[in-house]
Design a protein around this ligand. Structure first.
Ligand SMILES: [Zn+2]
Length: 90
């Protein structure tokens, strides 16, 4: 039985289709039993596929630094907008 840590570590390999048959089965069994990893896998896959299709990037070129940059530009855009903190989402 894989641990949650092992499953999240294998997530990028899984999306790239680089996991062997046995590993893929082990991850799937864990996902069936663990709601946290299921949620993580769904979000991870959605993130990778949306980035890959929008930017025509291969999944392996998506690095944490790139994700950080995207998040920072979102925060900067929020800061520079006229919406006061805590009042967005109306
Ligand atoms: Zn888990």
């Amino acid at each position: 039985m894989l641990t949650c840590q092992e499953v999240t570590a294998k997530a990028s390999l899984m999306v790239d289709g680089e996991l062997g048959f046995r590993e893929r089965i082990a991850v799937r069994i864990h996902l069936m039993m663990c709601v946290n990893c299921r949620r993580f896998a769904r979000q991870f896959q959605a993130l990778v596929s949306s980035m890959a299709s929008r930017n025509r990037l291969a999944a392996e070129t998506i690095v944490p630094e790139f994700v950080d940059g995207v998040m920072q530009s979102i925060y900067r855009a929020r800061e520079s907008s006229s919406i006061p903190p805590g009042r967005d989402g109306e």
